[in-house]
Design a protein around this ligand. Structure first.
Ligand code: BES
Ligand code: ZN
Length: 614
């Protein structure tokens, strides 16, 4: 008793201090006073009205003896009733008010309570325009037979389909009971049953505590194919076979990551392939990664994206950044781990080529950024976290970890990372907690390897420090030589030895083209290598940007088809940006966008409309 008492008091005290010290600028919630510990959802999915008719029951833990109110995040929710539920389960109406809508953060829902009740129950409906949901007609799906609906909660869109504390600093378990039209399947970021009867009635449990941005649901005509002892793929019937083949290495990826960083703690790892309008490449929803169909290239060249989302099962889902200001701890660690997984499965050469391409693209991207935008630890007060997203948290974050790896060596750095994931498992932390852990477990144990000034430069100065390790790929030397000879006019397009190039070699080559390529050279490349018809989205979007820069309009039909079919922001927005630079290109872009818009997710619509000034 005596030995436990002081550590316990200290622990409680520290918890309170940490909770008070950190404020998430993107949430109205006050988790230091009261926090949600569990969420029970009851949802009816109504396609005709594009609404969820729902009840959310929140279990509460009270931390402040004086607190009598609960503030939740919402956006465009129609709140029907709020009940306080006592320990006996008795409901009583609670007074509530909804603040005016902020365009970025939505409306705080303020609930007044007489006592510190254990539960609050809210009946509500979502809006057809909910920012976190996409409702699709049958025509917008691959199979074209049934409607489809899916969520995308990160960064702050969970609040558009559930009233809750929408901050990654709060974790909770959840259950859900979902009703949907009968032939459709419902899946969630929870315990999906691959043998479900498709009877329109679904129940889910997520027993590990997760932050709100990992809440996810999808409803549609979905088949399932088991790919391993703890892996399966869900997809529309017309893509399921291709998806199962392309993703057959998933179990090997999990094993490789476990070997490096300890057990996979979420039991199953399934993948959902969404319709092509999915606005991201992938989303690490726990137990069920959501992914774009554009990774199904046929040659596994884009499955690094699955390695990335899987890596989040450690960096992000297990150890979470307490707010978007520390996003690098989520995406930077994940991008680092992703590359380690790719190295394990596909070899050092492929992993290194990826690093070289990513480093170069980051440096180019940073040239167009303000010094503030280049910082790893950011100040996002008043800024939409979706806007704050760039290559910096991903690739500068990953580069920083590679810097540490190169100084300490993998023998030391790998066990350190593993210990970090264990130590902070199921917690939400800031850069400060990482640094304290780093200082105790690496710096002090291996004095003289890295100075605090060096750490400081990585975290708090713009640009990439000059002591950053430089990745080098021998295979790229040949690509660079071919590119230089071709650009100088000494090598004809058809004579480039590219027959056996993998995707990354093409990316390297396209990136080596001049800012404004010669139209004749672009035409020669297209005639020789048919790049405008590439089925590989990563090659295609970079190529289309190059054709627009060159003024090569022959590729316009393919560009139109590409941006009408695909809604992934990373692939389409750069093309719109490039087109928007000339009046003629912009007119073309506006015309194509009018056709593409109905199929785009609200997030993609927002990004494109900003670019086109609509
Ligand atoms: N969690 C991100 C996606 C995300 C980030 C959504 C921030 C909303 C806000 C996911 O893990 C991711 O990074 N996806 C990338 C793929 C990856 C291979 C870089 C994407 O979608 O392109
Ligand atoms: Zn990620």
């Amino acid at each position: 008793m005596k030995t436990l008492f002081w550590p316990c008091i200290l622990f409680l005290f520290l918890n309170v201090v940490v909770a008070h010290a950190e404020v998430d600028p993107h949430s109205y919630a006050e988790p230091s006073r009261v926090s949600m510990t569990a969420l029970d959802l009851d949802i009816e999915v109504d396609f005709p009205t594009k609404k969820l008719l729902a009840t959310a029951d929140l279990s509460l833990a009270w931390h402040d003896a004086d607190a009598r109110s609960l503030v939740l995040d919402t956006r465009d929710l129609d709140i029907e009733s709020v009940k306080a539920v006592d320990a006996q389960g008795r409901e009583q109406d609670a007074d509530f008010s909804l603040d005016p809508r902020d365009p970025i953060f939505g409306s705080a829902l303020r609930i007044a309570l007489k006592d510190q009740v254990p539960n609050v129950r809210i009946r509500y409906r979502t809006s057809p325009e909910a920012s976190g949901l996409q409702w699709m007609s049958p025509q917008q799906t691959a199979s074209k037979k049934q409607p489809f609906m899916f969520s995308q909660s990160q960064a702050i869109h969970a609040r558009s389909w559930i009233p809750l504390q929408d901050t990654p600093s709060v974790r909770f378990t959840y259950t859900a009971h979902v009703k949907a039209p009968k032939p459709l399947r419902v899946v969630m970021s929870a315990d999906n049953d691959v043998k479900h009867r498709l009877d329109g009635d679904y129940r889910f449990v997520m027993k590990q505590p997760i932050p709100s941005y990992l809440l996810a649901i999808a409803v549609g005509e979905l088949d399932v194919r088991v790919t391993g002892p703890r892996t399966a793929v869900f997809a529309e019937p017309s893509v399921i076979a291709a998806a199962a083949k392309e993703l057959e290495d998933t179990e090997k990826m999990i094993e490789a990551t476990e070997k490096l960083y300890g057990p996979y703690r979420w039991e199953r790892y399934d993948i959902l392939i969404l319709p092509a309008s999915f606005p991201f490449g992938g989303m690490e929803n726990p137990r069920l990664t959501f992914a774009t169909p554009t990774i199904l290239a046929g040659d596994k060249s884009l499955v690094g994206l699955i390695a990335h989302e899987l890596a989040h099962s450690w960096s992000g889902n297990l150890v979470t950044n307490a707010s978007a200001e520390h996003m690098w701890m989520n995406e930077g660690f994940t991008t680092y781990v992703e590359n380690r997984i790719v190295e394990e499965l596909y070899g050092k050469e492929v992993a290194t080529m990826q690093l070289v391409v990513d480093d170069q693209e980051l440096l180019v991207e940073m040239q167009g950024m303000t010094p503030e935008q280049q910082l790893l630890v950011t100040d996002l007060d008043g800024i939409d976290p979706d806007e704050g997203l760039s290559g910096v948290p991903y690739d500068k974050g990953r580069w920083f970890l590679r810097f540490l790896e190169s100084r300490y060596g993998r023998d030391v750095f790998d066990p350190f990372l593993r210990a970090y994931f264990d130590h902070f498992a199921f917690q939400s932390i800031t850069s400060t907690e990482f640094l304290e852990f780093y200082s105790e477990n690496l710096e002090k144990k291996h004095l003289g390897k890295v100075s605090s000034a060096e750490i400081d430069a990585w975290l708090h100065l713009p640009g990439i420090p000059s002591n950053a390790p430089v990745a080098h790929s021998a295979r790229f030397d040949a690509v660079d030589k071919a590119a230089a000879d071709f650009i100088a006019g000494n090598l004809a397009a058809k004579d480039i030895q590219a027959k056996d190039w993998v995707t990354l070699e093409w990316l390297r080559f396209i990136n080596a083209l001049p800012e404004t390529p010669e139209i004749a050279q672009i035409k020669a490349l297209d005639d020789a290598w048919n790049l405008s018809n590439s089925g590989n989205g990563e090659i295609a979007f970079r190529w289309y940007v190059a054709t627009v820069r060159a003024g090569y309009t022959d590729a316009r039909p393919q560009i139109a088809a590409f941006i009408e079919r695909i809604g992934r922001r990373k692939l389409v927005v750069p093309i719109y940006e490039e087109l928007a630079r000339t009046p003629d290109g912009k007119a073309f872009a506006i015309e194509v966008y009018a056709r593409a818009k109905p199929g785009y997710h609200p997030m993609t619509q927002g990004s494109v409309e900003k670019v086109l000034g609509l």
